[in-house]
Design a protein around this ligand. Structure first.
Ligand SMILES: *[C@@H]1O[C@H](CO)[C@@H](O)[C@H](O)[C@H]1NC(C)=O
Ligand SMILES: *[C@@H]1O[C@H](CO)[C@@H](O)[C@H](O)[C@H]1NC(C)=O
Ligand SMILES: *[C@@H]1O[C@H](CO)[C@@H](O)[C@H](O)[C@H]1NC(C)=O
Ligand SMILES: *[C@@H]1O[C@H](CO)[C@@H](O)[C@H](O)[C@H]1NC(C)=O
Ligand SMILES: *[C@@H]1O[C@H](CO)[C@@H](O)[C@H](O)[C@H]1NC(C)=O
Ligand SMILES: *[C@@H]1O[C@H](CO)[C@@H](O)[C@H](O)[C@H]1NC(C)=O
Ligand SMILES: *[C@@H]1O[C@H](CO)[C@@H](O)[C@H](O)[C@H]1NC(C)=O
Ligand SMILES: *[C@@H]1O[C@H](CO)[C@@H](O)[C@H](O)[C@H]1NC(C)=O
Length: 308
């Protein structure tokens, strides 16, 4: 074969071998990259796949199968077809398919969250050993929003807004929006020790100037639940009174009358006084101009300036 690389059959074989190797590599890489993961809800049923299927010619009798969690806990195990005593937590909640060795858990509990291993032995030789992650979620209650007026002025109402949700798993994130504009909740979490569930509370101090909608969303492992509440600016107190129009009219009339009076008086008495003075000064200027020997342009300019 090797010394006949140009023959068509050899080429085809090499191509096939190459492809096979490539496919194997891909499978290996795929398995290494993506770890098996299963999602389950509290109270529901999950199936965790194993890595071996017993051929129909054989039976569980020839095998040892261990389903264990976190290396230490035996979830379910079979040896020569018999169930090996397992951890109390899993009794009556687990089953295994006798052919494809899939593990069923029902009802699922929060404590079941974690990594599981399926180990299969045949005649004391390990056939396969594989892990699968179980991600457990418990639904959070629909958030409840309360708003408490804490102060304000005529323009705005200051409110302390609280959003809370409880009874879920895993630890959630809380987000908010004021008419679509995102706002940050000051969040705090509490874990219920026996149930392992979480409660979340978000607080926010707002100055409400116009009617707005506040939304609170609680998100946990791909799920979300949210509530909206309209907020009103209740402090629409009476705006400081505008001066009534008749006051303005009276004030204007007084101003106008005073002005007219002032003008009339000025017109009557001032002109005489001013005129007598200005006539005098004009006379004196004219006398001065006459005394000069008539320079053509500048004399005119001086005369004009003086008369002004
Ligand atoms: C294993 O077999 C059961 C039926 O007994 C089937 O429902 C399940 O899908 C199978 N799982 C796998 C991983 O083949
Ligand atoms: C898993 O085992 C490790 C030690 O082997 C321990 O630190 C960890 O808390 C265990 N996790 C669970 C969920 O039991
Ligand atoms: C499992 O179920 C059996 C009978 O249904 C019962 O006697 C036993 O106490 C149960 N075990 C646990 C750990 O709940
Ligand atoms: C649930 O189990 C998965 C898989 O082991 C782990 O990655 C995750 O951190 C666990 N979640 C919690 C909240 O313990
Ligand atoms: C607000 O959000 C809704 C839907 O979430 C969208 O239809 C609407 O256009 C948004 N309005 C603004 C002003 O972004
Ligand atoms: C959040 O709340 C805590 C206590 O409730 C407080 O100490 C902290 O200053 C608050 N943070 C912000 C950013 O409001
Ligand atoms: C709200 O307005 C008051 C004054 O009107 C101000 O003292 C307070 O800091 C404001 N609060 C916020 C959260 O903007
Ligand atoms: C608030 O939401 C309600 C419906 O949920 C809508 O009718 C109303 O127009 C919204 N108000 C504002 C200010 O976006």
């Amino acid at each position: 074969m090797m010394w006949l690389p140009t023959s068509p059959s050899a080429l085809a074989l090499r191509t096939w071998l190459g492809l096979g190797l490539f496919v194997l590599l891909c499978l290996g890489m795929g398995q290494a990259l993506e770890k098996k993961a299963v999602n389950g809800k509290v109270g529901g049923k999950v199936s965790l796949p194993c890595c071996h299927e017993i051929p129909s010619s054989e039976s569980l009798q020839k095998y040892r199968v261990y389903w264990q969690k976190n290396i230490t806990d035996v979830v379910l195990a079979y040896s020569e077809g018999n169930m090996i005593p397992n951890h109390k937590r899993y009794r009556n909640r687990t089953e295994m398919d006798p052919w494809n060795l899939t593990l069923w858990i029902s009802p699922v509990e929060i404590l079941d969250n974690g990594s599981y291993q399926c180990v299969v032995q045949r005649n004391s030789v390990v056939v396969c050993d594989e892990s699968v992650s179980l991600f457990v979620t418990a639904d959070f209650s629909k958030p409840s929003i309360t708003a408490e007026v804490s102060g304000g002025s005529c323009e705005s109402t200051e409110m302390v807004v609280t959003c809370s949700s409880h009874g879920g798993f895993p630890r959630p994130t809380i987000s908010g929006a004021l008419n679509n504009v995102s706002v940050e909740w000051n969040a705090s979490w509490v874990s219920e020790p026996s149930l392992r569930t979480y409660s979340v509370t978000g607080k926010l101090v707002l100055n409400v100037t116009k009617d707005v909608n506040i939304t609170c969303s609680v998100e946990y492992s791909g799920f979300a639940t949210s509530t909206s509440l309209p907020l009103k600016n209740i402090n629409d107190c009476v705006v400081p009174p505008v001066p009534p129009p008749y006051n303005v009219i009276i004030a204007s009339i007084i101003i106008v009358i005073t002005f007219i009076l002032a003008i009339t008086l000025t017109a009557r008495y001032l002109p005489r006084y001013v005129c007598s003075r200005c006539c005098k000064s004009q006379d004196s200027v004219e006398e001065g101009v006459k005394g000069y020997t008539k320079p053509p342009m500048s004399s005119k300019g001086t005369a004009e300036t003086s008369s002004v």
